[in-house]
Design a protein around this ligand. Structure first.
Ligand SMILES: *Cc1c(COP(=O)(O)O)cnc(C)c1O
Length: 229
């Protein structure tokens, strides 16, 4: 499994190059390795190559991996759609959740976060391209949701996340990320203590870094192409 280590090294180099060319400080962009559909062994391999932050989309798959990899110093992030009946397990097993898009889910996570754990780190997923099919709160509803979440116990609101409509054209990619960034800057100007812009995947992370991403979520560029069952 040397390819995972090689891929990781190449992705890290690309992140560093993009960070520098955007005039940003080295280390400003954190790599989140998206391991959905890949086996425990792939995560173990990436972890041995120095990667500690991993993300999963599907709860049952994630819980199995988290249990199997307990011996490793991994920080787990949840990035998939959240149904109400999944919040208890998410609150108990993850350090971060990037895909909160309604107050009811945030309230359940707050109530169910075990008190012996650190605050659950939360990003709001924004439907930045306004796609009917997509999860995420609409841009004009982000402020109200963020204000309500800031009042909840056991959660720490860190910032915004988005999965824009796929685009090959770099200027189209950048325009969507710029919109998310503008929303984020606006909330910060209004006094919200945010520090995280979770945006950019394997095909568009360079554009995301140019527009201010602080976390990029990368799967296939590290682990290879996914085949869904
Ligand atoms: C799968 C997924 C990713 C990673 O996608 P790649 O194209 O494999 O890098 C990032 N974010 C979310 C929300 C995902 O579902």
């Amino acid at each position: 499994m040397t390819t995972i280590a090689d891929n990781l090294q190449a992705v890290r180099a690309a992140i560093n190059a993009a960070t520098a060319s955007a005039g940003r400080t080295a280390g400003d962009v954190s790599l989140l390795a998206v391991s959905k559909t890949f086996p425990d062994s792939a995560v173990r391999c990436a972890c041995q190559a120095g990667q500690q932050r991993f993300a999963e989309n599907y709860l049952q798959e994630a819980l199995q991996k988290i249990a199997a990899l307990q011996d490793l110093p991994i920080e787990w992030h949840f990035i998939g759609p959240i149904q109400s009946n999944k919040t208890r397990d998410i609150a108990a097993n993850f350090s971060w959740v990037h895909s909160v898009d309604r107050l009811k889910i945030a309230e359940r996570l707050a109530a169910q976060r075990p008190v012996h754990l650190p605050l659950l780190q939360v990003c709001l997923q924004v439907n930045i391209s306004r796609e009917d099919s997509k999860s995420g709160v609409l841009p004009e509803q982000v402020r109200e949701l963020a204000k309500a979440i800031l009042l909840l116990p056991n959660l720490q609101l860190r910032g915004l996340m988005a999965v824009p409509a796929p685009a090959n054209d770099v200027s189209v990619q950048r325009a969507a990320f710029a919109q998310l960034r503008a929303l984020y800057e606006q909330l910060k100007t209004e006094g919200m203590p945010l520090d995280t812009l979770s945006m950019g995947m394997s095909h568009d992370f360079i554009s995301a870094i140019q527009e201010g991403a602080t976390i990029v979520r990368i799967g296939s560029a590290i682990f290879g192409e996914r085949s869904y069952p």
